[in-house]
Structure formats: C-alpha cells, structure tokens
Design a protein around this ligand. Sequence first.
Ligand SMILES: [Zn+2]
Length: 161
Amino acid sequence: MHCPFCRNPDSRVVDSRTADDGSSIRRRRECPACGRRFTTVETASLSVAKRNGVTEPFSRDKIVSGVKKACQGRPVSDDDLALLAQKVEETVRASGQAEVNALDVGLAILPPLRDLDEIAYLRFASVYQAFDTLDDFEAAIARLREEDAASARSSASEASE
Ligand SMILES: [Zn+2]
C-alpha cells in the first residue's frame, strides 16, 4: 500500500485493530520515506447484483433507507434500523459469497423486520413480494397469526416444564 502523502510504494503496519463486530480491521501504517502515519480499513468485499444487471457495494445505509418508508409512523427508532441493517449484513455475509442478488438481500430483511414491527413488515413485504390483492395480505397476516400462535404455544409449554 503506497503512502497517500508522498506516494512511496511501501508502508509499515504499526498497529492492527479488529472492529467490535469483527467485520473489519483498521491498520495504522507508517511511511518509511516521509514518516507520516495513515489508517487503512480492510473489509471483505460484498457486492449486490441488482435486477437491472448493475452491481454495487453492499451498504447498510441503503438497507436502512429501503426499510424506513415501511416504518413511517411506527415505533421504530434509528437504532432499531441500524441493528436491523447489521443483522441483514450478517445474514448476507454468512452465505460466504462475494456477490449476492438484491432479491436475497430483500429476503434477508424480512425476518428481522418482522421481529421489529409486524405492520412495517407487512408494508415492506407487500411492496417487495408484490402483493396484488387483499388475498395476498390476508394470507400474509394469516401466516403471522399462525406463527404467533405457535410461538405462544411453545413458550407456554416451556413455562409448564
Ligand atoms: Zn510517505
């Protein structure tokens, strides 16, 4: 890595630190020619292939802005959204692929959004999964109800054990 100040083609790592969530490494480097220090950040590359064929780097900000509209008027904070975007990134990175489809990113958004707010989830799913009719909404709501009932049953059985 060359020095950004004097363009010397070599630099020395003086310190390495892994980010708290383990997703990146910051390296403090020193240029042996001019003696100045600079920092580099290393992350595994992850790109998203969109439906129109364009590929762009994965961005948590894009996840947040994509979901924000569905959360309008709902009790969802910016911190909630930041955490959701982090979960989505973890899910997508867990696939181990350097490039994922926008569709898979959308699918990775659905479960954590549902945990966050069911109304926001339904709004997002209706756009994302292209709900056309009331039947689509009713089917999605019925699925939520069934799963809520199932989780209520399982926590009731856990309580009785
Ligand atoms: Zn230098």
